[in-house]
Design a protein around this ligand. Structure first.
Ligand SMILES: C[S@@+](CC[C@H](N)C(=O)[O-])C[C@H]1O[C@@H](n2cnc3c(N)ncnc32)[C@H](O)[C@@H]1O
Length: 256
């Protein structure tokens, strides 16, 4: 797997994966204070709608428990609580600064008591088996290597019948404005990252990981391989992002 930023690929050694994790956590720590502003401005506000769509797919039962993995500054956590006001959310991330900003936002939104924030690596979730009614991960799975470990953990902690909803960038293979999008990824993103956050490298990393990420079908196949059933996906903005939805079949049965 090509990793221009120096990040190890899916097939490399455990130490390389741990080192990759340390670098990613440190990078998000450095850009945490700019993260929301850059997110909203670089997506022209579309990210709000994408997270709304993601949360709609969760179908949390009344009083249900959501695991929001790689929750960052908790935009998905808060959108889920807006749509499912009596839910509780385990909001997990391995970047302290991102989590701290999320915790502040939850407090300002009056939702602190509904959120359980915790520092955790997506490859080893500090949750019991079958403890979550649904799980979300938005723009996070792309950063986790190897992805199969995260999918295995998400499968383990979901209760049978629960849904996993993944929001992630598309690979670009089906994009209609490929040239413009490449220009955006290669030039605009690092430039905006450098000017605003002072960290062009972080936004170059973003562009590199988007390009290296599997296409929607391949990601769906990885979810199936992890044991999920009913895997499907929906493109948004001509495939710039996708929402994948999968279900942990009840009692291992693969019913629809
Ligand atoms: C692009 S941000 C997405 C944050 C948030 N979900 C959102 O929609 O804005 C990616 C987040 O994934 C977290 N992350 C990356 N790898 C992780 C891992 N192995 N375990 C836990 N969190 C991870 C980063 O710390 C960062 O906060």
């Amino acid at each position: 797997m090509r990793t221009p930023s120096g990040a190890p690929g899916q097939t490399e050694q455990p130490d390389a994966h741990a080192e990759h994790g340390r670098r990613v956590a440190s990078m998000f720590g450095r850009i945490a204070r700019w993260y929301d502003f850059l997110n909203h401005s670089l997506s022209l506000g579309q990210d709000v709608y994408w997270r709304y769509r993601l949360a709609r797919c969760l179908r949390l039962p009344p009083g249900g428990m959501l695991l929001d993995l790689a929750c960052g500054t908790m935009d998905v956590t808060l959108e889920a609580l807006r749509q499912y006001p009596d839910a509780r959310v385990a909001a997990l991330d391995f970047s302290g600064p991102m989590l701290a900003r999320g915790r502040d936002k939850a407090t300002r939104a009056g939702k602190a008591t509904a959120v359980l924030p915790a520092l955790a690596d997506g490859r080893r979730l500090p949750l019991p088996d079958a403890s979550a009614d649904a799980a979300s991960i938005a723009f996070g799975i792309r950063n986790i290597l190897p992805r199969e470990e995260a999918f295995r953990e998400l499968f383990r902690v979901l209760r049978p019948g629960g849904r996993l909803c993944v929001l992630e960038f598309g690979s670009g293979r089906t994009r209609i404005w490929k040239g413009a999008y490449n220009f955006y990824l290669d030039r605009l993103l690092p430039l905006a990252g450098r000017v605003i956050s002072g960290d062009a490298g972080a936004y170059r990393y973003l562009a590199d990981t988007i390009r290296d990420f599997p296409d929607a079908r391949a990601l769906g196949a990885e979810m199936l391989a992890a044991g999920f059933a009913d895997v499907r996906w929906q493109p948004h903005l001509s495939g710039i992002v996708y929402v994948h939805v999968a279900r942990k079949a009840a009692d291992g049965a693969d019913e629809g």
